[in-house]
Ligand binder design. Structure first.
Ligand code: PHE
Length: 459
């Protein structure tokens, strides 16, 4: 019964796009994209990222929607149903594990955004220079208890929404909030681009210097394409299962991908001119946004209110993403094990929060402890974004391209032959080749490149 309530999920076309875009648009766009762009040298990295979005991300999103809507189940159940008992379900299982890892550290950073709402309310940045603002950030994240409290608060909000099911919370919230966020970012862009020395930031974003891009950078670009579009871990399979039968999956995926990419680029455009103008180090890492934007707010009339508003919206953007991560786990536990939704929600959220605590402590008390040579935070992030998600995406691509009959895919993408428009038919044709050949081969090439498999040829 609970299945039926959930399965009539998203009520309108705009509701679906808003919810899927709400999942895609989050900390990945505004916090992570700028800082990894800074670490990987700028424009060349962005170009590779855009190529990954177009050739891999978009087709994989169509594939995941197809799997979910066809099967009408959670990530594991969807693979199991369509894969008729073969080992494909492991792809869904991988997604559930990835969801645990991502939300563990995502909740920590989202907690920081709540603290920044409070800093903003207290007008804490106004008299500060670059050094002081970055000290404020460093001091806060290295505290042993406070960031964990904010992480717990954030995870409680996330659980609260997932607890009450899909339709009401997610759909309504994202429809209003995401456009508002866009307006605020545009205002920040205008201010940032008129700062003294802004052009250096502009060049950093748009003038590729290929020598700055390493094999690791290419892998990061691929990983981020998955991360930012919420792919390769079952989110878009699970959300796909809530999409009504009469919606056009290809055009939905297209809109979501465009919206996500535009927001990321606009966020970069707000941040890098300011980075150069204020003399912040572009490779400063996870604090980049938190150190740079407060200074832009200091330069704006009404910046006090804007900064409060901005960090509230950022926290909410994180929330519409985090609920989509937790939903993967809850839908799985609920449908496969018949665990009641509220028990599944609270249990999963508690385990995830505990898993996240070492990532928070890794910025302070536990900074000496490493996993595979990384602090906990980077270890979780790199394992999930650069390895598990591309792997999950590869499985989805192979499954839709080769694992199930193409007739089924076509039936799903044309809504049983209803959609006959030329654009849709051409798009499906392109999709067929991309999902069968280009996307899987591209993921494999990046993996091999990172492993150094081409060193002999290149050198
Ligand atoms: N795409 C989200 C973001 O950019 C993060 C996310 C990853 C959400 C995986 C769901 C699944 O912030």
């Amino acid at each position: 019964m609970s299945n039926e309530v959930k399965r009539d999920g998203f009520g309108s076309k705009i509701g679906i796009i808003a919810a899927a875009a709400g999942s895609a648009i989050g900390l990945g766009n505004i916090w992570k994209f700028p800082y990894i762009t800074g670490e990987n040298g700028g424009a060349a990295f962005i170009l590779v990222y855009l190529i990954c979005i177009a050739l891999i991300g978009l087709p994989v999103m169509v594939a995941e929607f197809t799997i979910g809507r066809r099967a009408q189940k959670n990530a594991v159940g969807s693979y199991r149903t369509l894969g008729s008992g073969g080992p494909w379900f492991l792809g869904g299982f991988l997604g559930v594990i990835t969801a645990f890892i991502i939300l563990a550290y995502y909740g920590v950073v989202a907690g920081w955004t709540i603290k920044y709402v409070i800093f903003s309310l207290g007008n804490n940045f106004s008299a500060m220079n670059t050094g002081e603002i970055s000290e404020l950030f460093g001091d806060f994240i290295s505290r042993p208890v406070e960031p964990i409290i904010y992480q717990i608060i954030f995870m409680a909000f996330t659980s609260f929404i997932v607890f009450f099911g899909i339709k009401t919370g997610i759909e309504r919230a994202s429809k209003i909030l995401m456009p508002l966020l866009l307006v605020l970012i545009l205002l920040l862009d205008i201010r940032a681009l008129t700062l003294p020395g802004a052009s250096a930031g502009f060049n950093f974003l748009f003038k590729p210097e290929w020598s700055r891009l390493s094999a690791t950078g290419v892998l990061e670009a691929l990983g981020h394409a998955f991360f930012t579009l919420s792919l390769g871990m079952g989110t878009m399979i699970t959300y796909g299962s809530y999409i009504r039968k009469k919606e056009n999956l290809v055009s939905t995926a297209f809109s979501v991908t465009i919206a996500d990419t535009v927001i990321a680029l606009l966020a970069g455009l707000a941040i890098f001119p300011a980075v150069f103008s204020f003399g912040v180090e572009p490779g400063a890492g996870p604090g980049l946004v938190f150190v740079t934007l407060p200074q832009v707010f200091n330069q704006i009339t009404g910046g006090y209110f804007m900064s409060i508003f901005f960090f509230i919206l950022l926290a909410l953007a994180a929330l519409t993403s985090s609920i989509s991560i937790l939903e993967v786990v809850v839908a799985y536990l609920d449908e496969e094990f018949k665990i009641k939704r509220h028990v599944a929600t609270i249990g999963a959220a508690a385990v995830i929060t505990l898993m996240g605590i070492p990532t928070s402590l890794g910025f302070g008390k536990m900074s000496g402890v490493t996993l595979f040579g990384y602090n906990f935070f980077d270890a979780y992030d790199k394992l999930a974004s650069n390895f598990l998600m591309p792997l999950g995406g590869l499985v989805a691509a192979l499954f839709v391209g080769w694992g199930i009959k193409w007739d089924i895919v076509e039936d799903e993408l044309t809504n049983g032959g209803e959609l006959k428009g030329k654009v849709t038919l051409v798009a499906i044709k392109i999709f067929k080749h991309t999902i069968r050949f280009i996307a899987p081969v591209a993921v494999l090439i990046v993996f091999l490149y990172k492993l150094g498999a081409f060193n002999a040829i290149i050198a």
